[in-house]
Design a protein around this ligand. Structure first.
Ligand code: PEP
Ligand code: MN
Length: 347
């Protein structure tokens, strides 16, 4: 159950509601927003119907809703309207289809600058690039770390692009948050609960990638960790899952988009690069991402993929990225019509 307090409810009213919840045998998980407090009622307690009715009649309460899904705050039952994430004047989940692009890893100033300038002129709004890299082999390039973060910040200064970059450990969260506009949680860390808790507190938007062997429910439970720990600025990312198929690096679960749109109000970003592992397949899957109704895509681009220190095979060259953006344009026009029709239905 979720209890939304009225805007600016008093501390005494909030405390009293928490006391009532505990009287019914439940635990309290409150989120203090700027305007209002939202209280998650969790655990195994007494009579739910009686609890809802009692709370609705308690001073300061705007509404109490029963939520059957195990993920509460991120569920559609809690919030019907889609969430829009705002970073300055950029909106994700709104009326624009957002393209995030850049190399798998930040490798050098020349590489990140050339990519940043090219992707911004082709229409990307966010620059991706890993400074901390989760690599299967300990002998592979592990990332430029702080120096890489500084180069991303420099690229932002030069182009106006926002920055998304991966954070691998809760120990680095504060440092990465100093440079990143969006903190990426990689597939391998989707269930790193210590990391999720620290990102809940860090105050920066988070893009949460689906684990390669994780269900959609598990993805939503991980998103719930972020929100329950204080961060409601969450983007979900489908990046392909591991199946018996070997023709692609992963199997792109494109159905995750409509499924997530039914289950959650959070924006959904697709990653056709990691989903396929092969650059020739990326444009088709990017077009499919727009058609499926995602809120955006995150794509790997490198000025010279054959020299890339990671994921060269799935990285588009700059001309290929430009061409992909041209291919996407008519699909994005249709996407806008579809999105506008959806909004007017909701109103
Ligand atoms: C990446 O974005 O480069 C990355 C490592 O992605 P994933 O966590 O999806 O494998
Ligand atoms: Mn990569």
């Amino acid at each position: 159950m979720i209890v939304s307090m009225r805007p600016h409810a008093s501390r005494a009213e909030i405390d009293h509601v928490c006391e009532r919840i505990r009287d019914f045998g439940y635990k309290v998980h409150s989120i203090e927003g700027e305007e209002r407090v939202v209280i998650g009622v969790v655990g195994v307690g007494g009579d739910v119907t009686a609890c809802v009715e009692s709370l609705e009649a308690t001073p300061g309460v705007e509404r109490a809703v029963r939520i059957s899904a195990p993920y509460k705050f991120v569920s559609k039952e809690f919030k019907k309207d889609r969430s829009v994430l705002r970073i300055d004047n950029l909106e994700i989940g709104g009326d624009e289809f957002i393209v995030m692009a850049g190399p798998c890893s930040v490798e050098s100033e020349a590489q990140i600058m050339e990519t940043a300038i090219a992707v911004t002129s082709a229409g990307a709004k966010i620059l991706r690039g890993g400074a901390f890299k989760p690599r299967t082999s300990p002998y592979d390039f592990q990332g430029m770390e702080l120096a890489g973060l500084k180069l991303l910040a420099k690229a932002r200064e030069n182009t106006g692009l926002k920055i998304i970059t991966e954070v691998m450990s809760d120990r680095d969260a504060e440092m990465v948050a100093e440079y990143a506009d969006i903190m990426q949680v990689g597939a391998r860390n989707m269930q790193n609960f210590a990391l999720l808790k620290s990102l809940g507190r860090c105050g920066r938007p988070v893009l949460l990638k689906r684990g390669m062997s994780s269900t959609i429910k598990e993805l939503l439970m991980s998103a719930e960790y972020l929100v329950a720990h204080g961060n409601s600025n969450v983007l979900l990312c489908e990046r392909g899952i591991r199946t018996f198929e070997t023709a692609t690096r992963n199997t792109f679960d494109i159905a995750a988009v409509p499924v997530l749109n039914e289950l959650t109000h959070l924006p959904v970003i697709l990653d056709p690069s990691h989903a396929t592992g092969k650059r020739s397949l990326v444009p088709a899957m990017a077009r499919a991402s727009v058609a499926a109704g995602a809120d955006g895509i995150i794509v790997e681009v490198h000025p010279c993929p054959e020299k890339a220190v990671s994921d060269g095979a799935q990285s588009l060259t700059i001309p290929q990225f430009r061409d992909m953006m041209r291919q996407l344009a008519p699909y994005i026009e249709l996407w806008k019509e579809w999105r506008a029709a959806q909004t007017s239905v909701a109103v």
